[in-house]
Every structure is written in structure tokens, then in C-alpha cells.
Write a protein that binds this ligand. Structure first.
Ligand code: ADP
Ligand code: MG
Length: 330
């Protein structure tokens, strides 16, 4: 069966204001999302995760590449067909408060979506559906009459999730959905998302800068760096036994519950910052920050290759270590 969502060589170029320069926020990204799967996307701020998310839900059109939803090319569709894609692929935002209209009650927010997409029948039907949606996201019926400022961040995010689910999507792209919430609320919302995925047969793309968060919910993990996929594989392999030094650095930034292990770790924090995507380094774009850098890394951009079964990485050193034929200089 075809994956529910598939992207191939996705590129998004933005003009840099006032310079005449261009910036590749997404610089050739390929992956697929299986039915019922959660695909995690992780990377530091500025690596192109949110741009990828906006392309997946077709809020923006890619500069190059291809997006398929359930086998159908949706890369450049417009009009009614695009509206239907917007229904089938929903986006949940990081800032739950900002994502809601402050002048609408929860019931009005949900009712508006149902009306726009002509769902749940007449007024009474829509009212029933609003109650059903509140129940699904664990909010009492009384929340229907609340305004965003009368709710906590976690409650607002539950409404954001209810609004996404109101249109019966197939895919939900969650862009840092719990990053703005108190730590105590994060796991509640994560558990809710996991339960909803199972109950409703949803497929998720879960975006976060935090590998520790992504590993708990994902079946597979995509690691992005400067608009590129540098590693992609099963969650346990990527989070516990990463191939790429960048993923290893992200992994080392994840706190460990056991203080003994935490103290014993040789934490080597990532040096420096993500480079300017308008002026990417030559060769491997990670090389200026890489602890394993070799000569070849400064000149040759490593290809993303399957170094272990179902586990890809774009790294000269890892490729040579695993004696992959794409390794340069062997
Ligand atoms: P992430 O979500 O991983 O933090 P983003 O996708 O938001 O990364 O941004 C990736 C890069 O693209 C950043 O350098 C950002 O400044 C740039 N960028 C994102 N959106 C735009 C835009 N609309 N116009 C110009 N540059 C953008
Ligand atoms: Mg982002």
C-alpha cells in the first residue's frame, strides 16, 4: 500500500530581504509517512522543520520537488482540490494561544470550522459534534463557552487539537505542539495525542527541536540540519545508536533520568550555531561543527545513503565505518 504522504527532493527557496540573495530553507528533502505512523522531525532551530511542515500541509508551495497524498500528486494543486488537501492534512501549531481567535469562544471556533467544510449537518448537529470533540480531547462540556484567555496553555492546545480533528483529517502535522507548555502538562498532551492517533487511525508528523520528546512518540525519526535530511531511521536506532555526529550531539543534549549515568556522560555540547542558510558551508554542511571532520568533509557533500537496513545517514565517516560503497576516499 502506498504511504499516506510522500515527499521527494522538496526544496523551498525564500528571498533574503533587501539583499537580492536567496535562502534554501528546505534544500532537497525526501521521506514518506506510512499509514498510522508517527514520523518525528528533529533538529535545532533554523533547520527548516517548520517550513517542511508548512509545505506538507500545502500552506506554501514548494519551489521544487513533489508531494504525494495517498498516491496523488498535490504539489501544485489549487482551488477546490487544495481546500480538500487542507481538510485531509491538518497543522497544529506551537503557540496554542496565538493559534486561536481571541474573540471566539471554543464552541464558535469549532463551529466555524465545521461550517466552512460543511460538516456535521445543521446547527444542532454541529453543537453535538462540538461536544463530542471536547470529549475527545479531554475537556468538560463547559469549556464550550470559554474564550482563549480563560484557559491554560494546555487547555488551549487541546482546543487546537480538537479544531484539527473537527475536519476528520488523515494526517496531522504537529509543529512543536507541547514546546510552549509547562513540563507537567507536556506528558498529558503527549498521551492524548498518542491515544487519538490510535483511536482515529491518524498518521502524524511530529516536529520538535527536542530528540528526547520525539523519541517517545515516533516510529521513525528524520533528523534535519540546515534544510537537509542528515539521518532517517527507526526511532530506537536513531535516538539510541545514531549514525550521524549531528544526531549524536542532539542525543547528548537529552537529559538522562539516572543521575549516575548523567554524571558519567562525556557531554560534548554542539559547538557554534546553525550556519546561515543563505551562505551554507562547502562540502558537508555540518563540517564546521563536526568533531569527526576530515578533509573530504570540507569539499564533498555526502549523499544520504542506507548504511544499515532502513537506516540512512549522510556522513562520510559513518559511511566508511560501515564500509558503504558510497564512502569517499577508501
Ligand atoms: P525551524 O522550524 O527548524 O526552526 P524554519 O523552517 O522556521 O526552521 O526556518 C528555516 C530557515 O528558513 C531559517 O533560516 C528561517 O529564517 C528561514 N525562513 C523561514 N521562513 C521564512 C520566510 N517566510 N521568509 C524568509 N526566510 C524564512
Ligand atoms: Mg520551527
Amino acid at each position: 500500500m502506498a504511504p499516506i504522504l510522500r515527499v521527494e527532493d522538496l526544496v523551498k527557496v525564500y528571498p533574503v530581504r533587501g539583499t537580492g540573495q536567496e535562502l534554501r530553507a528546505v534544500a532537497g528533502v525526501s521521506f514518506s509517512l506510512g499509514r498510522g505512523e508517527t514520523l518525528g522531525i528533529v533538529g535545532e532551530s533554523g533547520c527548516g522543520k517548520s517550513t517542511t511542515g508548512r509545505l506538507l500541509v500545502r500552506l506554501e508551495e514548494p519551489t521544487e520537488g513533489r508531494i504525494e497524498l495517498d498516491g496523488e500528486d498535490i504539489t501544485r494543486i489549487r482551488g477546490r482540490a487544495l481546500r480538500e488537501v487542507h481538510r485531509r492534512v491538518q497543522l497544529v501549531f506551537q503557540d496554542p494561544f496565538a493559534a486561536l481567535n481571541p474573540r471566539l469562544t471554543v464552541a464558535q471556533t469549532l463551529d466555524e470550522v465545521l461550517r466552512v467544510y460543511d460538516l456535521a449537518g445543521d446547527k444542532a448537529g454541529r453543537r453535538r459534534r462540538v461536544q463530542e470533540l471536547l470529549g475527545m480531547v479531554g475537556l468538560r462540556s463547559g469549556f464550550a463557552d470559554r474564550y482563549p484567555h480563560q484557559m491554560s496553555g494546555g487547555q488551549c492546545q487541546r482546543v487546537g487539537i480538537a479544531r484539527a480533528l473537527a475536519v476528520e483529517p488523515q494526517v496531522v502535522v504537529l509543529d512543536e505542539p507541547v514546546s510552549a507548555l509547562d513540563v507537567s502538562v507536556q506528558s498529558e498532551v503527549m498521551n492524548l495525542l498518542t491515544r487519538l492517533r490510535e483511536e482515529l487511525g491518524l498518521s502524524y508528523v511530529f516536529i520538535s527541536h527536542d530528540l528526547g520528546m520525539v523519541r517517545h512518540i515516533s516510529d521513525r525519526i528524520v533528523v534535519m540540519y540546515l534544510g537537509r535530511v542528515v539521518e532517517l531511521g527507526p526511532w530506537r536506532a536513531v535516538s539510541d545508536d545514531p549514525l550521524h555526529p549531528y544526531t549524536r550531539a542532539l542525543q547528548e543534549a537529552v537529559p538522562v533520568a539516572d543521575p549516575g549515568i548523567e554524571a558519567a556522560r562525556e557531554i560534548e555540547p554542539l559547538r557554534g550555531e546553525v550556519p546561515d542558510p543563505a551562505d551554507p558551508p562547502a562540502g558537508c554542511v555540518f563540517h564546521p561543527r563536526c568533531p569527526l571532520v576530515e578533509d573530504v568533509c570540507t569539499t564533498v557533500d555526502p549523499e544520504l545513503a542506507e548504511l544499515l537496513p532502513e537506516h540512512q545517514a549522510a556522513c562520510h565517516v559513518a559511511a566508511r565505518r560501515l564500509q558503504h560503497p558510497s564512502a569517499v576516499g577508501t
